[in-house]
Design a protein around this ligand. Structure first.
Ligand code: DX5
Ligand code: ZN
Length: 230
């Protein structure tokens, strides 16, 4: 996949109908999303449980584009091969998931996937500086990870701006995860983000039987973000 900084909308299937993941993935792609964001939670690193590599492998055939797997698990390393084998294009580990994040990022790249690095709101950018050669994506969490539908942390717009300056010309995506809406999307897009994850912001009002609201929500977030870039 070629790198570019155009705005990409990545609905999180954490807000989808869990009994209908295949149809939900097809619906959001048909309604114009760019990537599909898959939130893996272990009930240990975050206080919630979702699913693992078997579910990722099951939904993969229903996704034509990018499958972006966000691991909110600790440890990460024992599961990298399984997530890579499930067909993940990006595998994102939290910086806080263990003492050897550099090794984790190496292992993700060695698996053939693109390597993502996610930062909890309480984590600063100082440690990221030494990892920039190891990552294809930095995910700035704008809520505390674990649940959809939380409020966007506004103080993090400056963090995104600082990260964008730190990245310079390197081909690294800046992904925003948490509380993305047409109101908050322009703030982070203007600060330099290109991948906007949205769970409740995309799925609200729609369903697999009535997917048109997904498209309206995706277009509203995209238009607001692109306007901030103009
Ligand atoms: C939170 C997850 C997010 C979440 C975003 O831990 O990583 O991807 O689904 O949900 P919204 O967009 O509802 O804040
Ligand atoms: Zn996520």
């Amino acid at each position: 996949m070629a790198f570019d900084r155009s705005i990409k909308i990545a609905p999180s299937i954490l807000s989808a109908d869990f009994a209908n993941f295949g149809a939900e993935c097809q619906a959001i792609e048909a309604q114009g999303c760019d990537w599909v964001h898959v939130d893996v939670m272990d009930g240990h690193f975050v206080p919630n449980l979702t699913f693992g590599p078997a579910t990722c492998a099951a939904i993969r055939p229903h996704i034509k584009g990018i499958m972006d797997v966000h691991l909110m698990i600790a440890p990460v390393d024992p599961y990298i091969e399984a997530f890579a084998a499930s067909g993940a294009d990006f595998i994102t580990s939290h910086l806080e998931a263990g003492p050897h994040i550099h090794r984790t990022l190496q292992a993700i790249r060695a698996s053939g996937a693109k390597a993502g690095l996610a930062l909890n709101p309480g984590t600063g950018l100082a440690d990221v500086k030494h990892l920039l050669d190891m990552v294809d994506l930095v995910c700035v969490m704008t809520v505390n990870p674990g649940f959809g539908g939380q409020k966007f942390i506004h103080s993090h717009v400056d963090k995104v701006r600082e990260l964008r300056a730190m990245i310079g010309d390197r081909p690294i995506h800046i992904e925003i995860d948490g509380g993305v809406t047409p109101e908050t999307a322009p703030l982070v897009a203007g600060a330099g983000a290109d991948v906007l994850v949205a769970g409740s912001g995309v799925f609200k009002g729609g369903s697999v039987r009535n997917p048109a609201p997904y498209g309206e929500n995706i277009r509203a977030i995209r238009a607001a973000a692109e306007a901030a870039r103009a």
